[in-house]
Design a protein around this ligand. Structure first.
Ligand code: ADP
Ligand code: MG
Length: 697
């Protein structure tokens, strides 16, 4: 017999082929198995009854017993509504309906006892509930209460009567049939050690919990399982790689010593030295390195990357650096070229806009080994790009490449994989690092170069412009340079450009004698470069720009970063932008300008920026505020497509899951012991499902 969970949802009562097709399209649910994993995103508490006097507008949903009186239809047209008083012995509140008025009037009789359920709101001094659910009070409804699931649906489903209630009914039907088919997917030892409930219990109570405790137990069980199998897979990948893949051995440090003695531009921080040691140990270990390098903006990751490249070039191999965007690639190239030139090492840039003739020369030099260092975008991954011997691939991720792309770089060497060093542009929270980069070793630069003064950040409103201009004037007089950054978001590109131009004009008017640069995405690259160069040389004092400068050049003399419409930036981006100043010895400032009216979340972002300069702390807050999907951009969402676990909140559970996965794989890498048979089966069935999915989509 075919697996129960592989049954198509069209065979559910009330679904049929047409609705099934719609559900597949809208929710991506094909089988009973998919459907049962469409977990409710919240529950409504139908176990408790409140007295009317206890109710206030901060409560999410409430259920009360009482009688209805004073039904009244008021207003005209779209303002027409039905109001009714709902009262118990403690007080009364108002119920309101804007639609289906006649139907409600027919259904609801004064004087009879009802159960009302809905979300209370306050209008003036009156509490009211719009479109409450109303049900006759009966012994059944009073006793049989449990937490009602609420499912996410889409607007297209509603007209076909596929709503949360409908999904709930289907879940009930599936669960009834599933009882004999639900397999346990965690070994009994883990279930008992972690005090988890069984899979069967969890699937029932995630949908229809008897009470809050059961709901939490069900969530914990399913979250643990989800995180556990992700970690297991990542750690297994890491072990397999360490076992299987030989690494090139680099232990000739003569070039490195020369660089240290003659050209090191500044003493390295202790954190930089520690990280370089960690990497060097990998490079001479005989195993292939896969390491993530994390560090705050300005912590000096570039020089660490370069030093690692020197180690591998010193052992007669080549190094590559891949960046996610053309601008970033150019910036890295410019930075590394300074060092490479001093060491007489050939270095080249390869991006999508590299000319064909140029490419040909480059490809040749790469293949015969003359070219030692190649910097570029994902153009590096193209088939024609062949190395003589690639020793190290450095990947600057800015959260944009996925595991699959990373592994493409490995294949640039036929015989032995290159070592891989992944650098993140900004710090990412631990939970995210463990999930996105759980298959890598991690190094952290947790120290900024000496002499940096913490940047002073303030939050100001439009009304403070005069004061801000006064501040700009003083800074310019002291010889400092200033960035003024405007958001540029694609949907409203035109408006943003106008905003930027208006800002530029008003700054020009306020400072007629100060040379000002402007840079934005609509300019020709040459014009952009020209303006950037003027600012870098100090010829212009103020740079008015869109976020292109987020990844722009390093100007140590710039000491003020003003961010306009700061509420439109995410926390990580604000932190990145702020990192453009504070690179010299002077005190630096960041001024966030926003509208006076701000949502709670925007306010918290501004407060976080004002409170701390610590990129790791900012990343944690960003994760809590926005969730992992937004944080990482869309390209990697696959890795973060969690059914139930939340990396912002479930850090503790994730750590436990990871620890257990590590200890199991350490003692049984092949999962061949009898007690791990269940884990192995689960890993394999997930693998199979993944294959099926790729076929469907
Ligand atoms: P990020 O980690 O953000 O990539 P960078 O590598 O761009 O940081 O370094 C930021 C700035 O700090 C650069 O101007 C770099 O030359 C400088 N820098 C890096 N390490 C040190 C150090 N140990 N001492 C002084 N300055 C340093
Ligand atoms: Mg950098």
């Amino acid at each position: 017999m075919a697996n129960f969970f592989d049954t198509s949802i069209e065979f559910l009562k009330g679904v049929g082929p047409q609705r099934a097709a719609l559900i597949q399209k809208e929710l991506g649910l094909f089988t009973f198995g998919d459907f049962i994993q469409h977990y409710p995103f919240r529950h409504e508490d139908r176990t408790q009854f409140f007295k009317v006097a206890e109710i206030n507008e901060t409560m999410p949903y409430v259920q009360m017993k009482g009688r209805i009186s004073h039904r009244e239809v008021i207003g005209e047209g779209f303002k027409k509504r039905l109001t009714a008083k709902f009262a118990d012995e403690t007080g009364e509140l108002e119920l309101v309906w804007f639609q289906g008025i006649q139907w409600v009037l027919d259904k609801i009789k004064p004087g009879v006892e009802y159960i009302a359920f809905g979300k209370p709101n306050r209008y003036g001094n009156k509490l009211s509930i719009a479109h409450p659910e109303i049900e006759l009070l009966s012994t059944k409804s009073e006793k049989g209460g449990f937490l009602h699931p609420v499912y996410s649906i889409t607007e297209k489903l509603r007209p076909r009567h596929i709503d949360s209630k409908f999904i709930s009914k289907c879940q009930q039907e599936i669960l009834r049939g599933a009882q004999t088919h639900i397999r346990e997917t965690l070994p009994a030892s883990i279930v008992s050690e972690q005090k988890l409930i069984t899979k069967k219990e969890a699937l029932l109570h995630i949908h229809f919990p008897q009470n809050q405790e059961w709901l939490i137990a069900a969530q914990t069980r399913l979250k643990f399982e989800e995180l556990f199998y992700i970690q297991l897979r990542l750690i297994k990948m890491k072990l397999v790689r360490q076992e299987k893949f030989r690494g090139q051995i680099f232990n000739d440090t003569s070039i490195l010593t020369q660089f240290y003695n003659e050209h090191l531009p500044f003493p390295l921080t202790e954190a930089q030295k520690r990280v370089i040691r960690e990497i060097y140990l990998d490079l001479k270990s005989g195993k292939q390195m896969n390491r993530l390098l994390q560090g705050d903006v300005g912590s000096g990751k570039t020089i660490v990357g370069f030093i690692c490249m020197l180690i591998c070039v010193g052992s007669r191999t080549q190094a590559a650096l891949m960046a996610p965007t053309e601008i970033l690639a150019q910036q890295h190239y410019a930075n590394l070229k300074k060092y490479a030139d001093k060491m007489n090492l050939s270095i080249a840039l390869l991006t999508g806009s590299t000319k064909k003739a140029q490419r040909k020369i480059l490809h040749e030099a790469l293949q015969n080994g003359e070219l030692k260092i190649l910097v570029g975008t994902h153009a590096l991954l193209e088939e024609e790009v062949k190395f003589h011997k690639l020793g190290l691939a450095v990947i600057d991720e800015q959260h944009r490449f996925g595991v699959a792309q990373r592994s493409k770089l490995w294949q640039k060497n036929a015989d032995v994989y290159p070592h891989v060093l992944v650098m993140t542009a900004t710090p990412i929270p631990r939970t995210l690092a463990m999930t996105l980069y759980g298959d890598l070793e991690i190094s952290v630069i947790d120290e900024l170069p000496k002499g940096r003064k913490p940047i002073i950040t303030t939050h100001r409103y439009d009304s403070h412009r005069l004061m801000i201009n006064g501040f700009i004037k003083k800074q310019v007089e002291e010889g400092r340079q200033i960035y003024i950054v405007y958001p540029l978001i694609e949907e409203s590109e035109k408006l943003d450009l106008k905003h930027l131009m208006d800002g530029y004009e008003s700054i020009s008017r306020a400072f007629p004698d100060v040379p000002i640069s402007i840079v934005h995405g609509k300019m020709k690259p040459q014009a952009k470069d020209y303006e950037m160069a003027r600012f870098v040389k100090g010829e212009t004092k103020i740079m008015v720009a869109t976020t292109v400068i987020e990844v722009g050049v390093d100007v140590p003399n710039a000491s003020v970063m003003i961010i306009e419409s700061a509420e439109r930036f995410g926390l990580s981006q604000l932190h990145q932008l702020r990192g453009r100043v504070g690179r010299g010895a002077d005190q630096s400032y960041c001024i966030l300008i926003t509208d006076f009216k701000l949502g709670a979340e925007s306010k918290e972002r501004m407060q976080t920026m004002v409170r701390t300069n610590n990129g790791f702390e900012i990343a944690e807050t960003d994760l809590k505020l926005r969730g992992p999907g937004d944080l990482m951009g869309t390209q990697q969402s696959g890795a973060l497509d969690l059914l139930i676990a939340d990396l912002g909140k479930d850090g503790h559970l994730l750590q436990q899951a990871r620890d257990i996965a590590i200890s199991i794989l350490n003692s049984d890498p092949e999962l061949s012991k009898p007690e791990n048979r269940m884990i192995k089966a689960q890993v394999e069935s997930v693998k199979k499902a993944a294959v099926n999915w790729s076929r469907i989509s």
